[in-house]
Design a protein around this ligand. Structure first.
Ligand code: B16
Ligand code: MG
Length: 217
């Protein structure tokens, strides 16, 4: 029986990937190399530090830990500048209706995001009040595919993992759900999210009736 839904943020509820991409691209250009949209696919759902390491690997550059901290900060300052002007028009189609539907049916709702900027995004888009619990990158010590973020979410909702459904757009996030003992709905293409129980293109194809049908037992 489904009692709670845990949502990833970037790629599921909002499209912040485009801002991450511009900010990382600018950093790469500062450092003297190109960074493509295809390269950016490798950063989705991955933590900030891990993203920087992938970027530097693409550029064939290496830095000390101290220098890397400065580079990550530079990228984040730019990213924060972009997301500071976000509003509700940037909520992905179907997200708001599904969040409302969950609440109307007494299904608890939590955020499970890797981002340390999640609160700013939720506040700017007006999504904050739809959540019973918010777990983001400021609460976790290990990144997805570690299940920590979703286990903390389930705990905050006082719901056992077997009654939780995770909504994720990244492979690492689906793996985290599996390791947390939760079922999952992949948002995106079935090829990349093959490990999810169900895959849909967007939350426009989801409502509580369909959710209960998919996870009936
Ligand atoms: P920040 P999610 C993730 O958000 C993004 O998909 C990923 O690209 C980003 O590096 C990560 O958050 C950390 O974000 O730099 O803002 O702390 O998909 O887990 O909601
Ligand atoms: Mg994501």
């Amino acid at each position: 029986e489904v009692k709670a839904c845990l949502f990833d943020l970037d790629g599921v509820l909002v499209d912040t990937a485009k801002y991450h991409y511009i900010a990382w691209k600018e950093l790469a250009n500062d450092l003297g190399f190109q960074f493509t949209e295809q390269d950016n696919e490798r950063l989705k759902g991955v933590s900030r530090v891990a993203s920087l390491n992938i970027l530097l690997e693409i550029g064939g550059l290496s830095f000390t830990e101290e220098e890397k901290e400065k580079l990550a900060e530079k990228k984040n300052n730019r990213y924060v500048e972009y997301i500071s002007t976000m509003d509700s028009s940037e909520i992905l189609p179907g997200s708001l209706d599904f969040l409302k539907d969950c609440r109307a049916h007494g299904i608890k709702v939590a955020l499970g995001s890797a981002s340390k900027n999640a609160m700013m995004i939720l506040n700017n888009t007006g999504l904050t009040s739809y959540f019973d619990a918010i777990i983001d990158g400021t609460h976790t010590s290990v990144a997805k595919p570690d299940p920590e973020v979703f286990l903390l979410g389930a705990k905050a909702l006082e719901t056992a993992p077997e009654h939780c459904v995770v909504f994720e757009d990244a492979e690492a996030g689906i793996e985290a759900a599996i390791r947390a003992g939760m079922v999952s709905v992949g948002i995106g293409s079935p090829e990349t999210l093959a490990a999810a129980n169900v895959v849909i293109p967007s939350l426009q194809q989801m409502n509580v009736a369909r959710l209960r049908e998919s996870f009936a037992s």
